[in-house]
Design a protein. Structure first.
Length: 398
């Protein structure tokens, strides 16, 4: 039965073969758990949500229109279960960073909220959301999985059943479309004049994690010890921290892949620049040289900084951006940077060990989840039989 296709197993399950659904669970349980762990910080909660997603899939199997699309259908159920939990927990206020490439640290409020800033941020989020929704279906799916769900290129390719090269092409078109649409409403993101402004050379001082909120920032510092603090995503934070502390990741990450691609094409990353701050969103540029030709590519600051660490190339920040971000805006309160813990070498090694342990736990938990699912199925079957018996008993005699 293991050799049967998803569609065949779905049809068998609908016909009452519970063993067939067990094979579907065995086939995609790791995917469901991986999604839950990526979206939910707590391991135990992520496991419970993964189990809930599988249970929902079993109970809703009759509503699946096309059995061939079981994998993507199960993926969607898992996302909805996790998002529902996050909404109940008030969600992650920083998810926009994934699409727009880095948020200004001062823009995230704590106890005091500036109503005007809230309105502006909502408008920008709405503009980005509408731009994403207006993408062609294939590009929209790739953008949502890569930027909003933070999946790797290979994982997105697996979900969409296309090549990694195809995913890159879709993301390139999506970024271009989003930038064009947002620029129509908010003006050009990277004006030519800004590219000619004076730049300050900076270094990555620290990568920090807030112990309670599990939010991350990278701290850049210039020669005068002036700081620029940028919110970044979890994966990028650990990648940058690992590079700073020269800790080899257990498997090549996105930044290492980008560096390998540059080397394979005999290209060199000359410098990274943080060039603009538009509506509290940072924009970066990669300057790449291949032979006698140079080219500049727009990038998210988090990706650009991770690549700069591995390539050991200089980092610059537009002087105007540094001036805009010096000190805290009047009327806005943010969590002091001192409340964030520095991610040092010991923390990186501990994080890698915990990730490895979590993976092994997930691998060994399969029998337990299958047993729980079987128990739930038996209970549901008993309830169904009881309901049928009650209906038959109360039915009027003919």
């Amino acid at each position: 039965m293991k050799e049967k296709t998803d569609a065949e197993l779905v049809l068998l399950t609908r016909a009452g073969n519970r063993e067939a659904f067990g094979y579907l669970v065995e086939r995609y349980l790791q995917m469901v758990r991986r999604i839950a762990v990526r979206l939910i910080a707590g391991e135990e909660i992520a496991r419970e949500l993964a189990q809930e997603a599988i249970l929902q899939a079993y109970l809703s199997l009759d509503h699946l229109r096309d059995p061939v699309s079981f994998k993507s259908w199960l993926y969607g159920i898992t996302l909805n279960v996790c998002k529902s939990y996050l909404r109940d927990q008030k969600g992650d206020v920083l998810s926009l960073e994934s699409v727009m490439g880095g948020m200004r640290y001062n823009s995230v409020l704590d106890d005091a909220i500036d109503p005007q800033s809230v309105v502006e941020e909502r408008e920008l989020r709405h503009a980005v959301f509408q731009a994403v929704q207006n993408l062609p279906p294939g590009d929209r799916a790739a953008a949502q999985l890569f930027y909003y769900e933070q999946l790797t290129l290979r994982e997105v390719a697996t979900i969409l059943e296309v090549s990694v090269a195809s995913v890159k092409g879709r993301l390139h078109r999506a970024r271009k479309h989003i930038r064009e649409q947002v620029s129509l409403q908010y003006g050009a993101v990277l004006p030519v004049k800004q590219r000619k402004r004076r730049m300050r050379k900076v270094t990555i001082d620290t990568v920090r994690e807030h112990p309670e909120t599990k939010q991350y920032v990278v701290v850049l510092k210039d020669e005068n010890n002036e700081q620029l603090v940028i919110w970044i995503g979890r994966a990028e934070a650990w990648a940058i921290a690992g590079g700073l502390n020269e800790v080899e990741p257990p498997r090549p990450m996105s930044a290492q892949l980008m560096l390998d691609l540059l080397q394979a094409t005999k290209s060199e990353l000359i410098e990274v620049r943080i060039e603009a701050l538009k509506e509290e969103i940072f924009y970066a540029v990669l300057k790449i040289r291949r032979g006698k030709e140079t080219q500049e590519i727009d990038a998210r600051p988090s990706d650009a900084l991770a690549l700069a660490v591995l390539a050991k190339c200089p980092i610059y920040v537009n002087e105007k951006v540094m001036e805009q971000c010096t000190g805290f805006p009047e009327g806005k309160l943010v969590r002091p940077i001192s409340t964030f813990t520095v991610i040092d070498r010991e923390a990186v090694l501990k994080h890698q060990e915990e990730s490895k342990t979590a993976f092994l736990k997930m691998a060994t938990a399969l029998p337990e989840i299958e047993a729980q699912l079987h128990k739930q199925e038996q209970e549901q079957a008993r309830q169904a039989l009881t309901e049928d018996w009650k209906k038959a008993r109360n039915a009027p005699e003919s």
